[in-house]
Design a protein around this ligand. Structure first.
Ligand SMILES: [Zn+2]
Length: 283
């Protein structure tokens, strides 16, 4: 199948009350792992890369990898810019062939966040590319940006409605107590807030910081209206742990040896999360 717009996948998930897993990839092996998991479970899915990853390698490279995998796979997939940090970066990803964009203006004042998001929506919509906006601040570390817990502001319900109306964004990432990176202690999700936002906002909601949230909490959040769930930290962790284990043998120097171990570990993790999201068999 070809790469598709994420809107098709996420809107169907919203209608049928499951979620699309969005998996951050850093290299070819992680991309192969994600497609293998999705193919095995017949699940639609999203690949995504952060700006940090795109500084490591050009978006055209990730596009080429994901497009090659998508063309040969029996499942629909989309390629998404995660936490787009500027108008220019969003345009760069669109030019490279990305089929889904997030612009993260959540660190800006409300009006400036609206203005930036709206500008990206205007450009992306001319190519039929959906845009995810973010309101409120998700804690922890995403890329190089660190949000201290005390600064982490939950999404305001009234503002969420106004934000979606005025920006025309296709999906909304909300801050409801999740964080990026690994959690210290068990995270407390604000389920009441998810429900309130979902009642007021018609677009699908996005749960960030999916790594380390207990599976039952993720599923509860999905039942309340989350239609896209992001997983990043754990993919990196499983990949590296598996490589490290192989590399304890000092004789091994072939990247294919440890790369394939990392790939298998990520595939198994992604399969588990597809089951949690309930998207298996939906492709
Ligand atoms: Zn995020």
């Amino acid at each position: 199948m070809a790469l598709v717009s994420s809107a098709e996948l996420i809107t169907q998930a919203q209608r049928e009350h499951y979620a699309i897993g969005a998996f951050n990839i850093e290299n070819m092996e992680m991309a192969q792992a994600v497609i293998a998991a999705g193919t095995e479970l017949r699940s639609p899915l999203l690949f995504q890369t952060t700006p940090g990853t795109l500084k490591y390698a050009d978006p055209r490279m990730f596009y080429a990898i994901v497009k090659t995998l998508a063309d040969e796979a029996p499942i629909p997939v989309a390629l998404h810019l995660d936490h787009g940090d500027s108008f220019a970066r969003s345009c760069e990803a669109i030019r490279a062939g990305y089929t889904s964009i997030m612009i993260d203006g959540s660190k800006l004042p409300f009006e400036e966040n609206i203005a930036l998001t709206k500008r990206v929506v205007e450009v992306a919509s001319s190519s039929n590319i959906p845009v995810e906006g973010e309101l409120g601040t998700i804690g922890g570390k995403e890329d190089s940006h660190e949000v201290k817990d005390k600064d982490a502001l939950y999404t305001n319900v009234d503002q969420a409605e106004e934000f979606v109306d005025r920006t025309g964004c296709s999906f909304l990432a909300v801050a409801i107590g999740t964080a990026h990176g690994f959690y210290k202690g068990t995270p407390k999700l604000d389920f009441v807030r998810i429900e309130q936002i979902a009642k007021r906002v018609s677009v699908p909601l996005v749960l960030h910081g999916g790594s380390g949230i207990p599976d039952e909490d993720v599923q509860h959040a999905i039942r309340l209206g989350m239609s896209k769930v992001n997983f990043a930290t754990e993919l990196r962790w499983y990949f590296t742990q598996a490589c490290r284990k192989v590399l304890t043998d000092g004789e091994i120097f072939d990247p294919k040896k440890y790369g394939s171990a990392g790939r298998d570990a990520v595939r198994d993790f992604v399969k588990q999360k597809i089951v949690v999201c309930g998207s298996g068999g939906k492709a």
